[in-house]
Ligand binder design. Structure first.
Ligand code: HEM
Length: 394
C-alpha cells in the first residue's frame, strides 16, 4: 500500500518528521494546498492538514477510532476515555465532566490558580530575569492538575515524578522499545494513591464520585489521563501564548491597553501553535477522505497545526492578530467526542497566568541573548523562555 500511496503523494513522500518537529508551517501549507490528506512514509500513516477534513475525521469516531492496540498511552495506563470510543468512551468520560464545566471551573479553581500564580510571580519578581517555562508555566500546570485530582497526601513534586516516569515509558513504546520498569512503578503508586483517596474522601472528591460509576482500576486509568492531559499541554499553552505576545510588541500593547483582548490573544496563540500539534486515529474500515483511499487499520494523523492555519477559514493565517474575530474556531482542543475535557480550566489558568505576569513584571520582554522558538512533533513549545523585566521593587 505504501509504495502506491507514496507515488501518488510526492509532497508527503518528501516530508520528514524532523522537519515537522522543527519548522512545520511552510511544509504544512504546501501539503494543505496540494495533498490535504497525504501519505507520509516516515509516519507510516496519513496526515490530514485541511480544516474541513480534520473535522470530518474527529467527528466520525466509528470510522476513525482511538481504540487501537498501537495507542501507546493505553499500553501503560490501561483503557481510559482517551483510548476508547462509542459507549465505552461515554461511560469513562461522563463521571468526570461536571467539575470541568465553565461555572464549576471558575468556582472551583479560580482562587487556587490566583494564589499559585501569585506565589510563583512573587518568587520570580526580584531577579529581573528568569526562564518562565520551568520556573513558572511548568510548576503552575503541575499544581493545578494536582489540585484537580485531589489525591490525599500527594504533593505536586510526587505527581510530577509519576508523570515523568509514565511519559518516558510511553515514549519508549512509541519508539518501538520495551517500556522501562519506572513507568510501571509510578503507575502502581498512582493507583494506590487513587484507591486511598477514594477510601478517605468518597463522593466528596472528583475521583470518589467517579468511583460510583467506574471500577477502581478504571478510575486510576482516567486519573492518569487527566495528569497526562494537563501537564505538558498546559505548560505549552502558557509558554506559547507568552512567546507570541512578547514577539509582537504591537499586539502586546493592544492587550496591555485593554486586558479584555487577552482571551483573543490566547485563542490566537492556540491557533498558531496548538500545544498538542496532532491527534491520532485508526481507520476501522476502508474509506475515502478527500483525495485519499484509506485502508482499514491505517493510521490517520490529524494535524491540528495544519488545520488551524487553513486560509479558507483564517485569512492571512500566519499572522498573530489578537483581534481576529473567528480565532475561537481553532482546533487546539480537538473536536468531537474527545474534545478536551478540561479546555475551560486550561483557558482560565492561562488567562490568570498571563494577566499576573503582564501586570506584575513591568516591561516584560524576551531576553535577546536567548532566542527561542516552538519545537516538537506532538507537543510543541519553546524549550526555554528567557525573559527580562524591570524590578519594580528597586
Ligand atoms: C488542566 C489541563 C488539561 C486537562 C486536565 C486535560 C485533560 C484532557 C482529557 C482527560 C482528555 C481526554 C478526553 C477524551 O478522550 O474524551 C483531553 C483531550 C484532549 N486535550 Fe486536554 N487537558 C488539559 C489541557 C489541554 C491543553 C492545554 C491542550 C492543548 C493546548 C489540550 C489538548 C487536548 C486535545 C488535543 C485532546 C484530544 C485528544 C484526542 O482527540 O486524541 N488539553 N484532555
Amino acid at each position: 500500500m505504501s509504495t502506491v500511496a507514496a507515488a501518488s503523494f510526492p509532497l508527503g513522500a518528501g516530508t520528514t518528521l524532523a522537519e515537522l518537529a522543527h519548522d512545520p508551517h511552510p511544509r504544512l501549507a504546501r501539503l494543505r494546498e496540494s495533498e490535504p490528506v497525504s501519505w507520509l512514509p516516515e509516519l507510516d500513516g496519513w496526515l490530514v492538514t485541511r480544516r474541513d477534513l480534520a473535522l470530518s475525521v474527529m467527528r466520525d469516531a466509528a470510522t476513525f477510532t482511538v481504540d487501537d492496540p498501537r495507542f501507546s498511552t493505553a499500553q501503560v495506563v490501561g483503557p481510559s476515555m482517551l483510548s476508547l470510543d462509542g459507549e465505552r468512551h461515554a461511560r469513562h468520560r461522563e463521571p468526570f465532566t461536571a467539575p470541568f464545566r465553565p461555572r464549576e471551573v471558575r468556582d472551583g479553581f479560580a482562587s487556587f490558580i490566583e494564589r499559585e500564580t501569585d506565589r510563583l510571580v512573587t518568587a520570580l519578581r526580584p531577579a529581573g530575569a528568569g526562564e518562565l517555562r520551568r520556573a513558572f508555566a511548568g510548576p503552575l500546570a503541575v499544581a493545578v492538575v494536582t489540585e484537580a485530582l485531589g489525591l490525599t497526601g500527594t504533593t505536586p513534586d510526587t505527581v510530577l515524578s509519576w508523570y515523568d516516569a509514565i511519559v518516558r515509558s510511553v515514549s519508549d513504546i512509541t519508539a518501538g522499545h520495551e517500556a522501562g520498569a519506572a513507568g510501571t512503578k509510578a503507575y502502581a503508586e498512582l493507583r494506590a494513591s487513587v484507591e486511598a483517596t477514594v477510601a478517605e474522601r468518597g463522593g466528596a472528591s472528583l475521583l470518589g464520585a467517579a468511583a460510583g460509576q467506574l471500577t477502581l482500576p478504571e478510575v486510576a486509568s482516567n486519573a492518569a489521563v487527566l495528569m497526562f492531559g494537563g501537564i505538558e499541554t498546559t505548560e505549552a499553552m502558557i509558554t506559547n501564548a507568552l512567546l507570541h505576545l512578547l514577539r509582537h510588541p504591537d499586539q502586546l500593547a493592544l492587550v496591555q491597553a485593554d486586558m479584555g483582548l487577552l482571551d483573543g490573544a490566547i485563542e490566537e496563540s492556540l491557533r498558531l501553535e496548538p500545544g498538542a500539534a496532532v491527534v491520532d486515529r485508526y481507520a476501522t474500515r476502508d474509506t475515502v477522505l478527500g483525495p485519499a483511499t484509506i485502508r482499514e487499520g491505517d493510521l490517520v494523523t490529524v494535524s491540528l497545526t495544519g488545520a488551524n492555519r487553513d486560509p479558507a477559514v483564517f485569512p492571512d493565517p500566519d499572522r498573530f492578530d489578537v483581534r481576529r474575530e473567528n480565532a475561537r474556531l481553532q482546533l487546539a482542543f480537538a473536536h468531537g467526542p474527545h474534545y478536551c475535557l478540561a479546555a475551560h480550566l486550561a483557558r482560565l489558568e492561562t488567562r490568570i497566568a498571563l494577566q499576573h505576569l503582564l501586570e506584575r513584571l513591568p516591561a516584560l520582554r524576551l531576553d535577546p541573548d536567548h532566542p527561542t522558538a516552538p519545537q516538537g512533533l506532538v507537543f510543541r513549545k519553546p524549550p526555554t523562555l528567557h525573559v527580562l523585566w524591570s524590578d519594580a521593587t528597586t
